[in-house]
Ligand binder design. Structure first.
Ligand SMILES: [Zn+2]
Length: 176
């Protein structure tokens, strides 16, 4: 009985220990105890969140249906960005909002001619992200921050239709 109580206290002490937000980075609000103490990049953040949630790799694998080897790739930084669907799944398993992962993802810098299929997948992901609320994403060509917005229009049947727009502040990349 007593042992258990001591354990619990230790845990909460550990959580409140590292409370220095780094460089005042913009954080998406999540549970207060986590705010301001999340690691960068994605690899470290996923590992950190997994540990905060007390999940082993195999437990996280069960919750996400990602093979353990893929989770290892993410935690070692071999995989640096996620598709919208995968991001949602991983975020849910770690009990955070998807932007918490997305804000530290790094998209590969790819020319359209290098790999058209993959490039289109990246554009589709950016489009989905913008339409679901992202406003600052990294440019697929240079990695700098892009300005993103939703433009509303009407389709041929006068139904409202939404377009994702993004333009890079450093290079000529635009999504239109
Ligand atoms: Zn750019």
């Amino acid at each position: 009985m007593i042992d258990e109580k001591v354990k619990k206290q230790d845990k909460s002490a550990e959580k409140s220990k590292e409370n220095s937000p780094r460089g005042g980075a913009r954080m998406v609000p999540l549970c207060n105890s986590l705010q301001g103490e999340l690691d960068k990049p994605l690899s470290a953040r996923v590992a950190q969140l997994r540990q905060l949630r007390n999940l082993t790799l195999s437990e996280l694998s069960e919750r996400t249906n990602f093979p353990i080897s893929r989770l290892e790739d993410i935690e070692t930084g071999l995989e640096t960005w996620l598709s919208a669907t995968d991001r949602q799944m991983l975020a849910r398993a770690l009990a955070v909002d998807p932007p918490v992962l997305q804000e530290v993802e790094v998209k590969p810098r790819l020319e359209p001619s290098d790999d058209p299929v993959r490039y289109q997948a990246i554009l589709d992901d950016i489009t989905t992200s913008i339409l679901t609320g992202a406003r600052e994403l990294s440019c697929p060509q240079c990695g700098n921050t892009m300005r993103c917005r939703i433009q509303e229009g009407l389709d041929i049947d006068e139904q409202p239709i939404y377009f994702a727009k993004a333009f890079c502040q450093k290079c000529p990349f635009t999504l239109k």
